[in-house]
Design a protein. Structure first.
Length: 239
């Protein structure tokens, strides 16, 4: 490998990928400790940690709190330009999606939600926070704010088992027509790290989005943090 043109972090990224390939490491196989990798690759801990963060964002490896760093399995791919559910995306690649409900409540619309959802202050909002797992591995934390006037009584459903969008459409006859999403990168807090089973400060995708009816009425505003080693986002360009 001719790495003379690369910066130290990028050079170590390539060395780690080469190490994984040469040692025929498979998904969920553990990498050596930081000390061992530094010795093996001839680098400093600071440079190594930068390379590891980059590889986590690229979905090549993942870290597990208190356990170390591991080779990542093939990631689930989500298309940013369609409304396909996470469950359907998982099923298409033979992965099992499971859900844990972390929190539910009916709250009053504050200034932020009033602006985001175009609702009057004090309007009722159904708040639903879920942890989504792929093949048993925590992959995404979602916090959804839903216009309760459209879905009165929706709190009675168990969304660890039920599909939120199916209930919206089939029970409440509210047609989901389109949505919008914004994607950026952030770092997990200590509490988020515990839920997602990653090291504190791990880089993750941060997504905010809206779901609309055909006449542009906001059904839902959501915020999600997504493990980059578990889910990859794509966008199909059309001519």
């Amino acid at each position: 490998m001719d790495n003379n043109h690369l910066k130290p972090r990028e050079e170590v990224v390539e060395k780690i990928e080469y190490f994984i390939d040469q040692n025929q490491l498979r998904p969920h196989d553990k990498l050596p400790s930081e000390r061992q990798l530094c010795e093996e690759l001839g680098t400093s801990r600071t440079t190594l940690r930068g390379a590891i963060k980059r590889l986590i964002m690229d979905g090549i490896i993942y870290s597990k709190r208190g356990a170390g760093t591991f080779v990542a399995p093939q990631k689930l791919v989500r298309n940013l330009q369609d409304m396909e559910s996470l469950a359907k995306s998982a099923l298409a690649v033979n992965k099992v999606l499971s859900t844990e409900v972390l929190y539910t409540d009916i709250i009053e619309c504050n200034k932020e939600l009033s602006k985001r959802m175009k609702l009057t202050l004090g309007s009722k909002i159904y708040c639903l926070q879920r942890l989504r797992m792929i093949d048993g591995i925590p992959a995404m934390m979602e916090l959804a704010y839903i216009d309760y006037s459209l879905f009165k009584g929706i709190e009675q459903y168990d969304f660890s088992q039920e599909s939120l969008y199916r209930i919206m459409e089939e029970v409440y006859h509210v047609k989901i027509d389109h949505g919008s999403e914004s994607l950026s990168v952030t770092y997990v807090s200590e509490q988020e790290a515990e839920r997602l089973d990653v090291e504190n400060g791990t880089p993750v995708f941060y997504i905010t989005g809206h779901v609309f009816t055909e006449d542009e009425k906001t059904i839902e505003f959501y915020k999600s943090i997504v493990r980059a080693d578990q889910i990859r986002f794509s966008s199909v360009l059309k001519h």
